[in-house]
Design a protein around this ligand. Sequence first.
Ligand SMILES: CC(C)(COP(=O)(O)OP(=O)(O)OC[C@H]1O[C@@H](n2cnc3c(N)ncnc32)[C@H](O)[C@@H]1OP(=O)(O)O)[C@@H](O)C(=O)NCCC(=O)NCCS
Length: 190
Amino acid sequence: MSEFPQRKFDMAPMPDKQVRLVPLTEEWIDQLIQWRSRPEAQQHQPITALSRERLHQYLQSRNPGELADLVNHDYIFIIEDEGQGEGLGWMTLEIISRLHGLARIGYTIAREYWGQGYATAAVRAIVRWLFIDTPIERIEADCSVSNPASRRVLEKCGFRYIGLKRKYLVIQGQRVDHYYFELCKNDIPV
Ligand SMILES: CC(C)(COP(=O)(O)OP(=O)(O)OC[C@H]1O[C@@H](n2cnc3c(N)ncnc32)[C@H](O)[C@@H]1OP(=O)(O)O)[C@@H](O)C(=O)NCCC(=O)NCCS
């Protein structure tokens, strides 16, 4: 028996919230550091120390034109409200393999914006971009077994539950089981 209810492609209607994913720029560094330092951001995901200097280096190593070609392995995007341009949180993208078109995503919304559909809108936005404009054909995401909101976001975006990754990541000193989800190109209309 499956250890997780199968709700394959249980997609909710498009959220009314619309967001824009903007590659990280210098002006967002302080805000990103502040978001990352919050206890609620660290509760269910391993947030490693990331200094201002390290983020400057990250930006200096980037060529804006590379984005569609996904030349690097790790990318950070700011999630902005499309209407107000307000910063809502951030999205991470890891290119696992360019050769095989594999990527992994992660997302965090600042607490004051929780429960309004923003994470769902942001995940849908990155899925659309990756599947339409880049060679990525398979996206993975993991969430802690004690993070039902994150699991729900993935379900709403059409991700499929694959299995339990036992003792997968170390979060606040404890090894934590994670649910493993995937989405392949053409699984859903984008
Ligand atoms: C997880 C997180 C990204 C969700 O962001 P959000 O903008 O509130 O998400 P959305 O509003 O798009 O959707 C949340 C869904 O989870 C549901 N939800 C929230 N808390 C829940 C709970 N305790 N149990 C079950 N479902 C829950 C909401 O009802 C909603 O589903 P619905 O639309 O079917 O009602 C946000 O809480 C966050 O940033 N948390 C801290 C960082 C984090 O955990 N990131 C994910 C790491 S894998």
